[in-house]
Design a protein around this ligand. Structure first.
Ligand code: OAD
Length: 224
């Protein structure tokens, strides 16, 4: 069975009603990223950081996977499909995709502030000051913040090197190290980039740009 690696970003979930970060009106236009998504922000004002992610989580509970997510899940009938996503939502999983690696963490999880291997799935929608891990320390959102290492990066590099085809969908490719993944794709492997506003990048592959929304662009890959 041939393998497809899908590398997705915020544009993948845009049609589900989740705001992207850098488009006009995107999240980073409304919020100062250093105030809500950095270790310094957590030090300075943990309540503000909690509120930001509690809002994102609450919004996610009201969203459903879109046609693009469903089309990717459907590819598993004919291909070995591995998703590497920068998204912290669970819409790929809810659409039925079985192999999803989250590079930047997961909104519905929390982790210990003394032992990062202690990760918990949140039962309710809210994480609060005073919610502790089993070692008695405050829980924080299970999100990779700016300035932090990306623990899943090595695994992502190894996965993207194994793809017979790579589909890049809905990412501006502005955030590193994630965007650097494209440099690890084998030269002979076809790369399809689906985005209404094709991002600039350099990769040595056989590249096809589809300037469409995720749901429309992915239709052309579907075998249904
Ligand atoms: P961006 O907001 O930077 O880029 C979103 C991309 O999606 C842009 O290239 C848009 O043109 C495209 N887009 C918009 N609507 C689309 C649609 N319906 N279908 C397909 N594409 C569409 O988001 P990311 O590249 O994912 O990190 O951002 C990377 C990281 O920056 C995020 O994971 C997040 C953010 O700060 C953290 O929070 C750690």
């Amino acid at each position: 069975m041939k393998s497809i690696v899908v590398f997705s970003g915020a544009g993948m979930s845009a049609e589900s009603g989740i705001m992207t970060f850098r488009d006009m009106g995107g999240l980073w236009e409304r919020y100062d990223v250093t105030e809500v998504a950095s270790p310094e922000a957590w030090e300075k004002n943990p309540q503000l950081v909690m509120d930001f992610y509690n809002q994102r989580r609450k919004q996610l509970l009201q969203c459903e996977p879109n046609k693009g997510h469903t089309l990717i899940a459907g590819l598993e009938k004919d291909y070995d499909v591995q998703i590497i996503t920068q998204n912290v939502d669970d819409l790929h999983e809810r659409a039925g995709s079985t192999k999803v690696l989250h590079l930047h963490g997961e909104l519905k999880k929390a982790r210990s502030t003394v032992d990062e291997s202690l990760v918990y799935t949140l039962k309710g929608g809210e994480l609060k000051l005073g919610d502790y891990c089993e070692k008695g320390s405050q829980l924080r959102p299970h999100i990779v913040w700016f300035g932090e290492a990306v623990p899943a990066m090595d695994q992502a590099i190894s996965l993207i090197q194994q793809g017979d085809m790579v589909v890049v969908v809905g990412t501006s490719l502005q955030v590193y190290p994630a965007a650097g993944l494209l440099n690890f794709i084998k030269k002979t492997v076809p790369i399809v980039v689906i985005d209404p506003d094709t991002p600039k990048f350099s990769a040595a592959g056989n590249i096809t740009a589809i300037r469409k929304k995720a749901s429309e662009g992915l239709q052309s890959l579907s075998t249904d």
